[in-house]
Write a protein of this length. Structure first.
Length: 302
């Protein structure tokens, strides 16, 4: 069994397993070259893309099991010839924080600096598949709504973009914060009334929705900017724990934030539902699913 990082690892392990007649499984975190194409780093017909897809065709056909962490991944895999749907298994990631709804604490160290009654947040790694500028543009549209404040925290290439934008604009309704220590993460996430996860266009199936589960764990509503068939959008819509808006659409995002702020009790109720939904994403549940599938592979080899 292997994972997709580094990207050469699955090919080496699968080739070695084939030579030894061993069963093979792959856990896909990053799907290349699709992620590169979605991020605008490679063209649909570039040499890198074509060679990667040829290599993937051999890899996916050779595997006995493919684990995916989103229901939006299988349609991309099934585009490759001779990939069998029965070999693809959805096993979501899990929350890394204790699960339980946390009441907003206006006197808490993270919330206290902001007088606005509604705080919306953005945090985490802002990589090539994310669109943090969309959140900033939504904040600009809402800059005269004094009851809404944006707290943005993170790292990565998108974070550098946010720092540049705020240095130029100096929006009064936006605060930029450095990432908090891991031991303070739950308190920090409970600080906001709702959190935004902004994706770029066409990243369904190629971007990991892992941060979603920690937001559910602390009991907060989520506003996701993404295609409706993405795993994050499916989870939010199925559990009624937030809003799904088109990706890279600041106007729609601003409307969703305004709707969330206009009825804060209803938004907190969505957060309460999120904490219940988080129970589905436990480490115990997911690891047991892995065990069951691997056991079936072993038994079929006996």
């Amino acid at each position: 069994m292997s994972v997709t990082s580094p990207f050469t690892l699955p090919y080496a392990i699968t080739l070695a397993a084939r030579l030894r007649g061993a069963r093979t499984a792959l856990l896909i975190y990053d799907l290349y070259p699709e992620a590169l194409v979605a991020a605008g780093m490679a063209g649909q017909s570039s040499i890198i893309t074509r060679l990667s897809r040829i290599a993937n065709g051999w890899l996916f056909r050779s595997l006995d099991a493919i684990f995916v962490i989103g229901r939006d991944v299988p349609p991309l895999l099934l585009r490759y010839p001779h990939v069998r749907a029965g070999n693809i298994h959805f096993v979501p990631n899990w929350t890394l924080l204790p699960i339980g709804f946390r009441e907003p604490d206006n006197g808490g160290s993270f919330r206290k600096p902001y007088s606005a009654p509604f705080v919306v947040g953005l945090c985490g790694n802002l990589g090539f598949t994310h669109a943090p500028r969309t959140v900033f543009e939504a904040a600009r549209l809402l800059q005269h709504e004094k009851h809404i404040h944006f707290v943005l925290s993170g790292w990565g290439i998108g974070w550098n973009e946010l720092e540049t934008l705020q240095a130029a604009e100096k929006l009064e309704n936006v605060t930029l914060l450095d990432p908090v220590p891991e031991e303070q993460l739950a308190e920090f996430l409970a600080m906001a009334d709702a959190w935004v996860i902004p994706y770029r266009r066409n990243v369904a199936g190629v971007s990991i929705p892992s941060r979603l589960y920690n937001l559910l764990a602390v009991g907060r509503a989520v506003i996701v900017g993404t295609e409706p068939n993405s795993e994050a959008a499916l989870a939010v819509a199925e559990e009624d724990i937030g809003w799904v808006v088109p990706p890279e659409d600041p106007t729609s995002l601003a409307r969703a934030i305004s709707a969330a702020a206009s009825d804060r009790p209803a938004t907190l109720e969505r957060g309460s539902k999120a904490a219940v939904a988080a129970l589905k994403y436990s480490q115990q549940t997911s690891t047991q699913r892995y065990r069951d599938i691997v056991r079936c592979l072993r038994e079929s080899d006996d």
